[in-house]
Design a protein around this ligand. Structure first.
Ligand code: NAP
Length: 299
C-alpha cells in the first residue's frame, strides 16, 4: 500500500511513544493519536495529527495501530478497557505492540483480536529515547511475515534495525532476555564504578579502558553520561527496568528456569524503587551503589 494510503493510529505518548509518533507524522502518514494524559498529544496535534477522544477513536479507520505503553496492565487497558482499541479497530487492521510486555499478554491479545479479524504483531524496541527521536531504534518482531510486511513501511520510520524473530511470543521473550542482560550489566557497571571510585581511579581512566577493550558497550557509555551529568532527565525509568526483570522472573518460573543472577539484581531494583527512585533513570542504581560503598558519585 502506498505510504499516504496507510492510515496510522498511535496510542501511548510517553518518553518513547511521543518521538516515535513524531517520526510517523514526519514521514507523511495520516495519523490519529491518543494518550491517557491528554496534554502529551499536544505537540503532535499542533503538527497536524488528529486527536482521538479515546484509544478506540484513535484507531478509527486506521490500517496500522501502534501501541507504546508502560506494561501489561496498560496494554490490557488500552486494548480491552472502556474505550479500548478492540472496539475501534477495523477488520484487517494490524495492531503493533511496541511496549515491553509479557509473552502471555501477547498470546491473549493475538487470540482476542483474531476473533474480530485484527492481526497482532509484537515490535519490541531497544536502544534509547535519543534513538527513538532519530528513527534508529532496534526492533524485534513477533508475528506472521505477512502482518509484518503490512506494517513494515511504518515500522521503517521508527527503526534502523528490524529483526523478524518468529511467531507471536518470540519477540517479547527475546526482549525480556535482553532486559535481564541489561539489568545485570548496569549492576556490574555500578560495582566496577564504585571499586574504581573507592580507590581513586578517575572515571575517565576507567572509561578509556572499557572503550578500547573487549568490555565496551553502548550501555556503559550511557551509564558514564549519567555519572557525568547526574541531573539529566530520565530516559528509561528505573520502575520499567524492574518491571522487565519481574516479567523475566515470571517467565522463568513458568519455564522452571533458574536465574540466580537476575534474582539478585532484582533485589537492588526493588530496594531502589522502595527508596522512591522508580521515576528516576535506571542508572540511579549507580548512585545507590555509591551510597552503599560510601563514595561520592562525582568530585
Ligand atoms: P513512559 O514514559 O512511562 O510511558 C508510558 C506510557 O504508557 C504513557 O503514555 C502512559 O500514559 C501509558 N500508560 C501507563 N499506564 C497506563 C494505563 N493504565 N492506561 C493507559 N495508558 C497507560 O515509558 P516509556 O519509556 O515511553 O516506555 C514505554 C514502553 O517501552 C515500556 O514498556 C518500556 O519498558 C519500553 N521501552 C522503553 C525504553 C526507553 O528507553 N525509555 C526503551 C525500550 C523499551 P500517561 O502519559 O498517561 O502516563
Amino acid at each position: 500500500m502506498a505510504k499516504r494510503k496507510i492510515k496510522v493510529g498511535f496510542v501511548g505518548l510517553g518518553l518513547m511513544g511521543a518521538p516515535m509518533a513524531a517520526n510517523v507524522q514526519k514521514a507523511g502518514f495520516p495519523l490519529r493519536v491518543w494518550n491517557r494524559t491528554a496534554d502529551k498529544a499536544g505537540p503532535l496535534v499542533a503538527g497536524g495529527a488528529a486527536r482521538g477522544a479515546t484509544a478506540s477513536d484513535a484507531a478509527r479507520g486506521a490500517d496500522v495501530v501502534l501501541v507504546m505503553v508502560a506494561d501489561d496492565t496498560a496494554l490490557d487497558n488500552v486494548l480491552f478497557g472502556d474505550g479500548g482499541l478492540s472496539r475501534g479497530l477495523k477488520r484487517g487492521a494490524v495492531l503493533v505492540n511496541c511496549s515491553t510486555t509479557s509473552p502471555a499478554i501477547s498470546y491473549r491479545a493475538a487470540t482476542a483480536l483474531r476473533s474480530i479479524s485484527v492481526r497482532y504483531l509484537e515490535a519490541a524496541v531497544m536502544r534509547s529515547v535519543q534513538a527513538a527521536r532519530e528513527g534508529k531504534l532496534q526492533m524485534l518482531i513477533g508475528g506472521s511475515r505477512d502482518d509484518f510486511l503490512k506494517a513494515e513501511p511504518v515500522l521503517k520510520t521508527l527503526a534502523s534495525d528490524i529483526h523478524h524473530i518468529g511467531d507471536v511470543g518470540r519477540a517479547s521473550t527475546l526482549k525480556l532476555a535482553c532486559g535481564l542482560l541489561k539489568a545485570a550489566m548496569i549492576q556490574a557497571f555500578a560495582e566496577y564504578f564504585v571499586m574504581g571510585r573507592k580507590t581513586g581511579i578517575p572515571l575517565e581512566t576507567m572509561m578509556d579502558v572499557l572503550k578500547v577493550g573487549p568490555l565496551d558497550s553502548q550501555l556503559f557509555r550511557y551509564a558514564e553520561q549519567t555519572v557525568v551529568n547526574p541531573g539529566a532527565r530520565p530516559s528509561f525509568y528505573l520502575k520499567h527496568m524492574l518491571k522487565d526483570v519481574n516479567l523475566a522472573m515470571d517467565l522463568a518460573r513458568q519455564l522452571d528456569l533458574p536465574l540466580p543472577l537476575t534474582s539478585e539484581v532484582r533485589q537492588m531494583l526493588v530496594a531502589a524503587k522502595n527508596l522512591n527512585r522508580g521515576d528516576e533513570d535506571f542508572a540511579a542504581v549507580l548512585d545507590l551503589m555509591a551510597g552503599w560503598a560510601g563514595v561520592a558519585m562525582r568530585g
